[in-house]
Design a protein around this ligand. Structure first.
Ligand code: NAD
Length: 418
């Protein structure tokens, strides 16, 4: 699907592109283009058949100038240092653009969780946690779920870390089960956040959300939840997909039936759902629609297919779904792109609420969380929009100017030790 992309170079190029707008020492800019710490661990885990397998895991701590490192852990066969570093850097910009007191990190283990039993995953998780335990902690680095990790995995991490410390340390990870200090509203936060930011942008750019035709790539935590909120706000979800393909109806999908089918069979079956036809993921990206939500993978819009996009607005639910080549093409076509570091920041914002509640031993209501989330995202969108208008740059460039500027300023204020 995607051309080979060097994610880290892409992330560093994004910083280079906005450096001329910042009045910042060049040395500081060079510093924030590289991670503070890169940790690689090789560790054993026992398999169900009695054999021992060696796994490689990573934790890249990009920047903690504004607060503890923060970012997800991914279990995937393609996890590597290059992409993990780029994702860690994007976390630094994400926490900075919405102005929460965290830095950025990312980690993962190279493994295929789909081929592992629950027992094998638990032993892998516990040993990996032990290996990185000197480098994480509630005021040092706070992991969270990412691709193929979930609240269950976070519970094992929290338990292992707590055993090492000899007391319950709930604040060491976020995205935990509710019973272990997880926050209300965390599950839906990213998809809901995408829709909050889209609604603000629609207002600003004169695209009525009521009746807007929305196509969504991906139907997991981000895409599936975003579909629900778009539908409840009166937009028409005309297409949705998963890794096997998608479904389409120009008048709007029977969303409830579609999601029931997906839950039951783990795929969309047009014959069972009714009132829709099958489409490929490539066809979905090129659909005639108002809003295209990218909520699956990175690097899906590239120099090769960006020209086919017909949507007026793109919402980046996934991290890094648009390459820099694609970005230039979209800008020329006048497509509005709501950048990932803003559009999908809802998850890390509610993770921040979870951490605050854990540290202070508080429990906030769902309503309190929803209001705080909406306020932070709307304020952040307005700040990005103002820069975009003042400097006549895209929303992505504006988001980077704001985020990188905040991190660079924090570096300047702290100074260089010794
Ligand atoms: P998920 O695993 O719940 O869902 C992923 C979806 O993408 C699934 O519907 C899957 O079928 C689909 N998909 C996988 N491969 C595909 C392919 N080749 N073509 C089309 N669709 C494909 O994951 P998620 O939590 O929804 O995350 C989606 C993206 O959003 C990821 O890039 C993730 O890093 C990013 N993200 C997630 C959160 C969060 O809080 N969940 C926060 C920020 C960013």
């Amino acid at each position: 699907m995607a051309e080979t992309v060097d994610s880290l170079k892409n992330a560093q190029r994004q910083v280079d592109m906005i450096s001329k707008y910042l009045d910042v020492d060049e040395g500081i800019l060079e510093k924030i283009k590289v991670p503070r710490r890169e940790i690689t661990v090789n560790f054993p885990a026992k398999m169900d058949d009695g054999t021992v397998k060696i796994f490689t895991g990573y934790r890249v701590q990009h920047n903690d100038t504004r607060g503890p490192f923060k970012g997800g852990l991914r279990y995937h066969p393609e996890v590597d240092m290059n992409e993990t570093t780029a994702l860690a850097m994007w976390m630094t910009w994400k926490t900075a653009v919405v102005n929460i007191p965290f830095g950025g990190a990312k980690g993962g283990v190279k493994c295929n969780p789909k081929e592992m039993s629950e027992g094998e995953l638990e032993r892998l998780t516990r040993r990996f946690t032990w290996e990185i335990s000197p480098f994480i902690g509630p005021d040092v680095d706070i992991p969270a779920p990412d691709v193929y990790t979930n609240p269950r995995v976070m519970a094992w991490i929290m338990d292992t870390y707590s055993i090492i410390k000899g007391r319950a340390v709930t604040g060491v990870v976020t995205g935990k089960p509710l019973e272990l200090g997880g926050s209300l509203g965390r599950f839906e936060a990213t998809g809901k956040g995408c829709v909050i930011v889209t609604a603000k942008a629609c207002q600003e750019y004169g695209i009525p959300l009521e009746g807007a035709r929305v196509a969504i790539q991906g139907s997991g935590n981000v895409g599936g939840i975003a579909a629900y909120y778009f539908d409840s706000m009166g937009a028409k979800v005309v297409a949705i997909s998963d890794s096997k393909g998608g479904i389409y109806n120009e008048k709007g999908l029977p969303l409830k039936r579609a999601m029931e089918c997906k839950t039951k069979h783990d795929r969309f079956i047009p014959e069972e759902i009714g009132d829709c036809v099958a489409i490929t993921n490539q066809e979905l990206l090129a659909l005639d629609c108002d809003i295209l939500v990218l909520a699956a993978l990175g690097n899906v819009l590239t120099g090769e297919n960006a020209a086919d996009v017909k949507a007026k607005m793109i919402v980046e639910g996934a991290n890094g779904p648009t390459t820099t080549e694609a970005d230039l093409i979209l800008e020329e076509k006048g497509v509005i792109v709501l950048p990932d570091i803003l559009a999908n920041a809802g998850g890390v914002i509610v993770s921040y609420f979870e951490w605050v509640q854990n540290l202070q031993e508080l429990l906030w209501s769902e309503e309190e969380i929803a209001t705080r989330l909406q306020n932070i995202l709307e304020r952040s969108f307005e700040e990005v929009l103002k820069i975009s208008k003042d400097k006549k740059v895209s929303l992505r460039m504006a988001a980077y100017i704001l985020a990188v500027g905040r991190v660079a300023k924090a570096h300047e204020l702290r100074g260089i030790y010794p």
